[in-house]
Design a protein around this ligand. Structure first.
Ligand SMILES: Cc1ncc(COP(=O)(O)O)c(C=O)c1O
Length: 387
């Protein structure tokens, strides 16, 4: 099977991730806890190392403000539900994943908040001035994706962050598609809350991810429980990370995430992103009939500008609706052994923006371990289907 669905989750993981998980859970798979026995302390140490690696990757000043949860959705929910109050206004965009859309929609329908959704331009980018114009006296939060999982475009978060900070609101960035490939610097980009997932570009296992909480943000505790210390306190401790981390953490998963982060940091996100852009450019160059497909502007950027401003995914459709994306994905899977993702990609407004709602599009997404020959095979299969 040729796996081209890395935007959903990267697979396979680097060998060190499997080995790191296996070794850790055989040798020190205890329940972490400060002041516990040696194995508990070793598990605690591993988790603190993983926090420090996330902080390094995110340009966050204090590792203890890296909060672990299940995935990016967990981090986004923590941020949205832990900061908003009745009467608040939130600015978001049409490019968001349902992990932002749905919690906001719920709060809006409850009558708790009001939401403004900023449109993207024809190049699928948000204009920082449009975001600034949407800010109002009650705006507490601006919640935006760093890189769209449908259009693949990287958003100008630093320019947006400056405007949001000047206004006094909080800036929440969804780094599900960017962390590990696009450089992030929470300080420089004025990001207050950064939601990340461990199982995509950080090459960890599923069930890892969370939220980095900047100095300006305060997030209410949501899942209260044991924290491996401070047991006499009747309420959840105020201090990070325990404030937001009740219960036994995913020790197996975090051991894998630590290995994944080490692997990514050794290579460097920029190197990984250049590799991924090169692969998608190779796909377009290998196609004999690129015009049989609608690329929504990605083809020009990949061919003429080396994929500048994009992450390693591309959405496309058979031109003039010649066949629905689901049928093409099924043919790629069954006839050619190629895994791609069709449909709405959990981002219905992004597909409305592209004009591809309700059927969606096909999406090819690559990872650091994808080989050029995998894209050659995809190009040959697409040429056969186009014929
Ligand atoms: C842009 C974006 N945000 C959020 C998510 C949710 O990530 P997770 O499934 O890890 O919660 C995804 C996953 O595809 C995504 O692409």
């Amino acid at each position: 099977m040729i796996y081209l669905d890395h935007a959903a989750t990267t697979f396979p993981k680097p060998e060190g991730v499997y080995r790191g998980m296996d070794a850790f859970v055989r040798q020190a798979g205890a329940n972490p806890g400060r002041g516990g026995h040696r194995l508990a302390q070793e598990a605690e140490r591993m988790i603190e190392e993983t926090r420090a690696l996330v902080a390094r990757l995110a340009g966050a000043a204090r590792p203890e403000r890296v909060v672990f949860g299940l995935n990016a959705s967990d981090g986004l929910n923590m941020a949205i539900k832990g900061t908003l109050k009745t009467g608040d206004h939130v600015v978001t965009s049409v490019l968001e994943h349902n992990s932002i859309n749905r919690p906001l929609e719920r709060l809006e329908r409850d009558g708790t908040i009001a939401v403004t959704r900023v449109a993207a331009g024809p190049d699928h980018r948000l204009d920082p001035d449009d975001v600034a114009r949407a800010l109002g006296p009650r705006t507490r939060l601006v919640a935006l994706t760093h890189a769209s999982n449908v259009t693949g475009t990287i958003q100008p978060v630093a320019e947006i962050g400056r405007r949001v900070r000047a206004h006094g609101a909080l800036f929440l960035v969804d780094a599900a598609q960017s962390a590990g490939a696009v450089p992030i610097d929470m300080e420089r980009q004025a990001i207050d809350l950064l939601a990340f997932t461990g199982h995509k570009g950080l090459y960890g296992p599923t069930g890892t991810g969370g939220l980095v909480v900047g100095e300006r943000a305060d997030v209410r505790p949501w899942r209260e429980g044991g924290t491996g210390g401070d047991a006499s306190r009747p309420l959840q401790p105020e201090e990070f990370p325990h404030r937001l981390e009740g219960g036994t953490p995913n020790v197996f998963g975090l051991a894998g995430l630590r290995a994944g982060l080490q692997w990514v940091l050794e290579r460097g996100p920029e190197t990984i992103l250049a590799h991924e852009r090169g692969l998608l450019r190779g796909l377009l160059l290998a196609l004999k009939r690129p015009d049989a497909w609608d690329w929504y502007g990605a083809d020009g950027i990949l061919l003429d500008r080396q994929g500048e401003g994009r992450v390693g995914l591309v959405a496309f459709n058979a031109r003039a609706g010649a066949a629905p994306p689901q049928a093409i994905a099924a043919a790629l899977d069954e006839r050619f052994g190629i895994a791609v993702r069709p449909g709405l990609h959990c981002a219905p407004h992004a597909h409305r923006h592209l004009g591809t709602f309700p059927h969606g599009a096909l999406r090819i997404s690559v990872g650091a371990l994808t080989r050029p020959e995998d894209l050659d095979a995809a190009a040959a299969a697409l040429d056969r289907l186009a014929a």
